[in-house]
Ligand binder design. Structure first.
Ligand code: NIG
Ligand code: FE
Length: 421
């Protein structure tokens, strides 16, 4: 048992869970002043609340280690619920092309885009891939992230796709106790020289059984130039038959039916959701599906931002993520994402905090264990720097500024990162 004491303000986020992540307000951050937190040996929260009550609870146990957090503020750790971390190579040239007016789709049609990353990634050894993954994951940890979703999706053959998934499985094991959720985005771009239906045949026959065996989620990019709504239907139907959980890259560049499909098949999340209307928003609000917004990618692809205000006000559970990938979102900066959400999408700080904790956890099936510091939940938390509060998060960006308010990050009750000053 560990008892963390001297917490000036413990933001438990219990109210966010109670509202299932919908329309979160400041009150839902459920802040307790002069607080303590008791954690068991498995890294689960036993009690979190007023110091007097938690200390009384701790007195029932024989061996309790006391650790003072010296008057810091504490909040639940973040979940990064949408990344494409497994890749090699840069696509910096395409950024220049896009800025000069060539569209993301056009670059893809010319053989650039996702396909060029497929080529570069196929040349990398497992050792190189593991090293890249580790470096990128540790950048997330330093910002307070303790659970990361990682998609495959840069393989041009199913054999190569299986190799990537194996690399990710091994990375997930190595990274423990950092939680890695692996998603097979095996329908990302149609590899050169193969028909859409033929590629799907192969994926359904060879990747889905593997995903089932290994507990891997799946995802599909439903879009012009990628996979049709019809293919999406086939993919998700099969996924359901296999009992797989899934997300959909939906309505990013055009209204191509991904959101409707995701809601119909009860996807854990629909991601991007830029080109959607009131009908889709209403249906999302009535569903258990989380809408994942990726504003950093919208900047790099010069797309409009999704309608965050309408989504949240309608009662949709909204999450945020970096969408880190070499093409549409080369950054790994949570503060950049949060600042865009606040300044350009009119999300409140409470909404951004919910979007990066409980709501993000729901988007990848971890809503039962993460996102709040309450009994029975994972004791993954952030200790803020002396004098810092929630207002200092998702505020400044830039070297040594982004998320600098994060002093230490704890996973399952144990310190996993501490910032040197
Ligand atoms: O989420 N939209 C499709 N997939 C990624 C981009 C991947 C890439 O361009 O390499 C995204 O933006
Ligand atoms: Fe993506």
């Amino acid at each position: 048992m560990i008892l963390y004491t001297d917490i000036k303000a413990l933001h438990t986020f219990a109210g966010i869970v109670k509202k299932d992540g919908r329309r979160p307000t400041d009150a839902d951050l459920s802040t307790v002043h002069e607080a303590a937190m008791l954690i068991d040996r498995r890294g689960t929260v036993v009690a979190a609340g007023p110091a007097i009550e938690v200390k009384a609870r701790a007195a029932r146990y024989k061996t309790v280690k006391r650790v003072s957090l010296k008057g810091a503020e504490v909040l639940p750790a973040f979940t990064e619920c949408h990344t494409h971390l497994l890749y090699e190579g840069s696509r910096a040239d395409e950024f220049e092309l896009r800025n000069q007016g060539v569209s993301y789709l056009e670059i893809g049609f010319r053989g650039g885009g996702i396909r060029s990353t497929m080529e570069r990634t196929s040349l990398a050894t497992e050792k190189q891939l593991q090293a890249s993954l580790a470096a990128r994951a540790s950048e997330f940890l330093e910002q307070g992230v303790t659970a990361i979703e990682i998609k495959s999706g840069y393989a041009a053959t199913v054999e190569e796709e299986l190799r990537h998934l194996q690399v990710l499985r091994r990375f997930a094991k190595r990274s423990h106790p950092l939680k890695i959720v692996v998603t097979a985005l095996s329908a990302h771009a149609i590899p050169q020289g193969i028909a859409e239906s033929e590629w799907l045949d192969q994926v359904l026959a060879k990747i889905f059984p593997f995903a089932k065996k290994e507990g891997i989620r799946v995802d599909i990019f439903v879009e012009k130039g990628a996979f049709s709504q019809q293919s999406g239907r086939r993919y998700l139907q099969k996924a359901q038959e296999y009992g797989l959980k899934f997300s959909v890259h939906a309505d990013q560049l055009s209204n191509s039916g991904g959101t409707a499909l995701g809601v119909e098949f009860e996807a854990q999340s629909v991601d991007h959701v830029i080109e959607i209307g009131e009908k889709e928003i209403r249906r999302l609000a009535q569903s258990g599906t989380t809408a994942v917004l990726l504003p950093a990618a919208d900047v790099y692809t010069r797309l409009p931002f999704p309608k965050a205000r309408q989504l949240i006000d309608a009662g949709v559970r909204v999450a945020l993520a970096t969408d880190h990938n070499p093409g549409s979102s080369p950054g790994l900066d949570l503060a950049f994402v949060g600042c865009l959400a606040r300044a350009s999408m009119q999300m409140t700080l409470a909404e951004v905090l919910a979007a990066y904790t409980y709501n993000a956890a729901c988007a990848i099936g971890l809503g039962d264990e993460r996102g709040a510091l309450a009994p029975g939940r994972r004791a993954d938390f952030i200790q803020l720097a002396p004098g810092c509060g929630l207002r200092d998060l998702f505020y400044a960006v830039g070297p040594r500024r982004s998320m600098a308010a994060v002093q230490s990050v704890y996973i399952s009750g144990v310190r996993a990162f501490s910032r040197s000053r």
